[in-house]
Design a protein around this ligand. Structure first.
Ligand code: SF4
Ligand code: SF4
Length: 388
């Protein structure tokens, strides 16, 4: 197994399952299951025992490995600088071993099968990929400055489609030149890579790269931070080199320059960092810049923010496989409780996966009357509509 040599170096101090301010557990898998083997340090030792053939490849072992949602908190917090950057890579390598052996939880198997047969995790027809844009006048990409890449959730999930339309409307309203590929694109593959199916990830990436290069795409705006991460960082190894932006990075300087009415009602807002924008790519400020530029917003931070943010649990394929379950210790539910403690009326997000997962958590926590999840372009569109 790749990175096998680092497994014995963990000295089980346990800092990797906490945020930097130590206020609560910050590893979503450990939070959900409360067993040491689900923590980053615990899974290091578990992997070592498995490689030494001291434990079998049980269903439980598979569940533990696939309960890691690739949030990167352990990489951020591990106290051992010599190997901390390789922690998550080792966990992904463990999943890859299981994928290659055909020993994965049924939900992971089904999800990967959908990617393989349909180019998306839902198993929906590829030709429906541009359904989100039907009531908008969005061009097919040709000589536009940017390709807009909606990703799987923006293309197929009904809530994701709303967010996709909201972002596209804002891009259009601000004169950004962009086009889409619709049915000619496939999944960005970020979750496939995170689930250790590296060959399938290569196939998806190469399919997209072929399409992008045939139309001489140079600049890409992604809806999803997950797609942003894959195309910006992981397509390079397959020859895909582009200038990649998350939409918040495009909108932040534009929103700042808008003029608004002065009578927008006040709104207390907190913000949930997406792991694939924040910890994985160091992008903490674009969404905050947008929110702080909008009139009427009283911005308040949660105790765990930026590098220390608690993941919603939607990464690593868990959005589709639900290995973490929906119990009270589910990270999304814990995150909603934390957001509600700030007395914010709105929890702002910049990721369609975070939006869907956290909205479900608001309902599960029965906090619908106290807090609402909104995506940042939706907040901007609301205030712009009121202002214009
Ligand atoms: S990446 Fe996140 S979920 Fe996975 S072990 Fe590290 S802290 Fe836990
Ligand atoms: S912080 Fe690093 S060294 Fe400490 S338990 Fe976690 S993985 Fe092991």
């Amino acid at each position: 197994m790749q990175y096998e040599e680092i497994l014995h170096r963990c000295f089980r101090c346990g800092y990797c399952k906490l945020p930097g301010n130590y206020i609560d557990f910050n590893c979503p898998a450990y939070l959900a299951f409360c067993f040491e083997t689900y923590s980053p340090g615990g899974r290091m030792w578990l992997l070592r025992a498995w490689l030494d053939k001291k434990i079998e490849t049980t269903d439980r072992f598979q569940e533990i490995l696939f309960s890691c949602v690739n949030c990167g908190n352990c990489v951020e917090q591990c106290t051992f600088p010599k190997f901390k950057d390789q922690l998550l890579l080792a966990f992904m390598a463990g999943k890859e071993e299981l994928v290659n052996a055909g020993k994965v939880p049924p939900a992971v198997r089904d999800c990967l099968t959908n990617y393989q047969h349909h180019g998306n995790p839902y198993g929906f027809a590829r030709k429906k990929r541009h359904g989100w844009a039907e009531d908008l006048e969005v061009d097919r990409f040709s000589e536009h400055e940017y390709l807009f890449f909606p990703g799987d959730v923006g293309s197929y999930d009904s809530r994701g489609q709303e967010i996709c339309r909201s972002v596209a409307r804002l891009l259009k309203a601000n004169g950004i030149s962009f086009g889409i590929f619709g049915a000619d694109e496939v999944s960005d593959g970020n979750e496939v890579n995170a689930m250790g199916e590296t060959e399938l990830f290569r196939y998806l990436a190469e399919e997209n790269i072929k399409t992008f290069n045939a139309s001489q795409v140079k600049k890409i705006i992604t809806l999803s931070p997950h797609a942003y991460n894959a195309i910006k960082n992981d397509y390079l190894q397959f020859g895909g080199q582009y200038q990649v932006f998350h939409y918040a990075q495009i909108l932040a300087p534009i929103i700042k320059q808008q003029t608004y009415k002065s009578d927008v009602p006040p709104m207390r807002v907190t913000y949930h960092d997406s792991c694939y924008l924040g910890r994985h790519n160091g992008e903490y400020w674009s969404a905050r810049t947008i929110l702080s530029s909008l009139p009427g917003i009283q911005f308040v931070e949660m105790d765990r923010n930026m590098q220390n943010a608690l993941c919603c649990g939607g990464g690593g394929g868990n959005f589709f496989t639900d290995i973490l379950g929906r119990g009270a210790n589910n990270p999304a539910r814990a995150r909603i409780r934390e957001a509600a403690e700030t007395a914010a009326e709105v929890l702002a997000v910049a990721c369609p996966l975070c939006a869907v997962v956290l909205e479900d958590a608001v309902k599960a926590e029965r906090l619908d009357e106290r807090i609402e999840v909104k995506e940042i372009s939706e907040i901007a569109n609301e205030i712009l509509d009121k202002a214009n």
